[in-house]
Design a protein around this ligand. Structure first.
Ligand code: GRF
Length: 223
């Protein structure tokens, strides 16, 4: 374990269940990373409560108070940099980030997206997977680049799509797997096993040819 834990700032907009998974990981196994702050662009995000319960400083920076994306992203970047994080984790942060912001945090900006990228970039991923009659769906942890949901993918969770699934049941199944792979990827970064060098992903010092893929089966009928 590194002597100084990787310092992390988490950005959220909503429920923050992925934030909770990260909090749980650092609480249960105190270790390679430490969440220094949580920032939400929405005042009513439940994730703010989760942060407070875990005694993590939580702040709201509402996009509604700024005139345009660049102005907001500049303020966001300033707020993040107060904590000098090694890594910024987007956990359901529902905003498109400006080129300037993405470039500033290149190599230290992670996102989780609820699809098997490059499939279904953007919104309504579960609906689109169902409409396409996919038998397998999932989630991807990727570094953020200027292309929306287009940065290098480090880790994926594949889950089966059941004939009885609707958008809600499929989303719930994928989300439980997100809670496994996101803390895993952050831990790998903290352990310096995973990094992005320029545009090349490295795992254990070696170039990755594709993401690490975890296959999940259903554990019980309600899963
Ligand atoms: C997750 O499905 C994540 O993949 C997507 O937004 C959702 C956030 O959920 N980016 P939560 O706020 O972590 O519960």
């Amino acid at each position: 374990m590194p002597a100084t834990p990787l310092s992390v700032v988490v950005l959220i907009s909503g429920s923050g269940s992925n934030l909770q998974a990260l909090i749980d990981q650092q609480t249960v196994t105190p270790g390679p990373f430490s969440i220094k702050a949580v920032i939400s662009n929405k005042a009513d995000a439940y994730g703010l409560e989760r942060a407070k319960k875990a005694a993590i400083p939580a702040k709201v920076l509402s996009h509604a108070e700024f005139d345009g994306r660049e102005a907001y992203d500049t303020a966001l970047s300033d707020l993040i940099e107060e904590h000098q994080p090694d890594l910024v984790v987007l956990a359901g942060f529902m905003r498109i980030l400006s080129k300037q912001f993405v470039q500033e945090f290149h190599g230290r900006l992670l996102n989780i997206h609820p699809s098997l990228l490059p499939k279904y970039k953007g919104l309504h991923t579960h609906k689109r997977a169902l409409e396409a009659a996919d038998q397998v769906h999932g989630a991807s942890v990727h570094f953020v680049t200027e292309e929306l949901d287009g940065g290098p993918v480090a880790l994926q969770a594949r889950v089966p799509v059941e004939p009885s699934d609707n958008e809600e049941s499929l989303a719930a199944r994928v989300l439980t797997r997100e809670h496994i792979i996101y803390p895993m990827a952050v831990k790998w970064m903290a352990e310096k096993r995973l990094c992005l060098e320029d545009h090349q992903l490295l795992l254990n010092g070696k170039p990755m040819k594709g993401p690490i893929v975890l296959e999940f089966q259903r554990e019980n009928p309600s899963d």
